[in-house]
Design a protein around this ligand. Structure first.
Ligand code: SF4
Length: 214
């Protein structure tokens, strides 16, 4: 079952109320830091990314530093993240593109960001929202994909279609933080066996696909 707009807004409001301190989870100081951390975060726990980035960001301070990096040396800083070799190559090629096209700056539009190697809409939304405060969409990560269907916000499985469904249902004021609220909710209550009895949106949520709950 899919929620109508009014129930979807009530659900988003209820979850935001419970997770008032939900926010983006990777540490960064500059837009380049954020872009690099986002590339490293694929299929890697946030804690691991946050553990390697202080030394990495101290060594490589700008896109030019990554663009000129020796791949083996860079891998040495990120060895703990999964697929370190591939990610090191991606970081170097993306930062080379930043140097060549944008003078080493991270661009501020979705269109420009998704043209960079290895950057899709999720990462582009993440950068725009968290580095620049520009909201043009909703980052759709694995938590958003899983919970959007369960909570009746989308019947789609492809990230871009889910994002479009969420943008149609929710007013823009919810877009910047919704992914981070859903992530907290997925970790704390809406787990594989969800704790619906403690959930603030128990009465609205259709619980699609839920077979067992607490
Ligand atoms: S915990 Fe239960 S009621 Fe709450 S969002 Fe998840 S499935 Fe729905």
């Amino acid at each position: 079952m899919l929620l109508n707009r009014s129930d979807a807004v009530s659900l988003a409001k209820g979850l935001e109320g419970r997770y008032k301190d939900a926010k983006y989870y990777l540490n960064f100081k500059t837009p380049v830091d954020l872009l690099v951390a986002a590339i490293l975060s694929a299929q890697t726990h946030d804690e691991v990314v946050n553990a390697v980035t202080p030394a990495l960001f101290a060594k490589y301070r700008a896109a030019a530093d990554y663009a000129r990096a020796d791949p083996e040396e860079l891998i040495g800083y990120i060895r703990r993240v999964s697929f370190a070799g591939t990610k090191a190559k991606n970081v170097i090629s993306t930062c080379k593109a930043l140097e060549e096209r944008y003078g080493g700056k991270v661009p501020k539009t979705m269109e420009e960001l998704v043209e960079l190697p290895g950057i899709g809409r999720k990462t582009a939304n993440t950068i725009l929202i968290n580095a620049y405060g520009i909201v043009v969409g909703i980052p759709v990560d694995t938590w958003v994909i899983r919970l959007s269907q369960r909570l009746g916000l989308s019947a789609n499985t492809k990230p871009e279609a889910i994002e479009a469904d969420l943008m149609a249902l929710l007013p823009k004021e919810y877009w910047h933080n919704f992914a981070y609220v859903l992530k907290r909710h997925g970790k704390e209550l809406c787990k594989d066996v969800p704790v619906c009895s403690k959930c603030p949106v128990d009465r609205i949520c259709p619980k699609n696909g839920v077979k067992k709950r607490l």
